[in-house]
Design a protein around this ligand. Sequence first.
Ligand code: FAD
Length: 362
Amino acid sequence: MPNIVVLGAGVSGLTCALVLAKQGGHEITVVAKHMPGDYDIEYTSPWAGANVLPMALDKDSQWERKTWPVLRRLAKEVPEAGLHVQTARVLRREKDVATGLKAALADGLFQFDPWYKEVMDNFREIPANELPKGMHSGCEFMSVCINTAVYLPWLVGQCAKFGVHFKRGILKHISEAYNLSHTGKKADIVINASGVLACRLGGVMDNAVYPARGQIVVVRNEAKGFMPTSSGSDDGDDEIMYVMQRALGGGTVLGGTYAKHNWDPNPDPNIAVRIMKRAVEAHPELTDGKGIEALSIIRHGVGLRPAREGGVRIEKEKIDGTWVVHNYGHAGWGYQGSFGCAEKVVELVGEIVKQEKRQSKL
Ligand code: FAD
């Protein structure tokens, strides 16, 4: 049975471990510095909202297309996973459309006539008479919001149920993973799901990876009915607006920022005030029409999205004689693309196993 070591216990590593374990026929060990339950600037997954707002351009949409049916099923059929169905409301501001939607059109979410209208349930263009003031156009569709504090431990539990072993470890070089299988034998394949730290991991040192810093405020107030997001804000190019209420009492996440190449782990109080103002303006029900003083804050947070020039890296590579399958660089869509990417990882693992069997090494 091939020995697989998964480096990383974020949503990328855990989803790969789960999909591989369900397939069967492998011995799997997950090794990570940080595990669900930890909150750390080097560990992105717990800080995500997280919801499904399709971001890819059509040509790169395969990961999100493949993941959506799985997340929808979990939201509808598996309440203990911590997802619930919510309506997403995507709004293009008049002033952004007037300037060509420059920043917003870098991803697929704000495109006119988007590819995802065929994929997301209950998609509808919002009629002009329903648009909030200052909005040019927009759409609504059925989405989900994931309570990451419940979902990540649920993934660990599912992995354990299918025989995955877990270990803590801090690796300086990817080759250290080769000797960390719980079986005591050398790993045949390592999955590299090290997120933003792929740029510092020996043997990988991917210079194309950089952080896209996201600051959030989590509040007790409820954002009933829908999850709004808009194409820009008046507070600078790095500042965005989104609101989402998490399932199972996880609070409401107010966002946020998308600051490229910014590693600052500390919440900036001025940014926090602007985030809250934008959220209350877009979703007055949050505070029953009152100001940000009526928000009850659970915590301020900062997470580093693992962005990468050229996009996500999912490919196999032999490093120091052992196969490594990379799966990192998911920027702001790690959850909503998780199962699609894991499927590709499983395919690459299958290719390696076949090739090595032919050469009778496994
Ligand atoms: P991580 O979660 O960072 O996990 C990396 C793992 O590797 C950790 O376990 C770490 O300890 C381990 N590791 C790394 N290097 C080493 C080493 N040398 N030795 C040992 N262990 C190591 N995505 C969505 O889909 N929808 C959203 O709504 C959404 N909203 C977001 C909002 C914010 C504010 C942020 C910050 C992100 C958001 N994202 C969202 C993006 C999503 O969170 C990321 O794409 C995803 O979490 C990346 O997961 P990962 O497993 O690749 O990395």
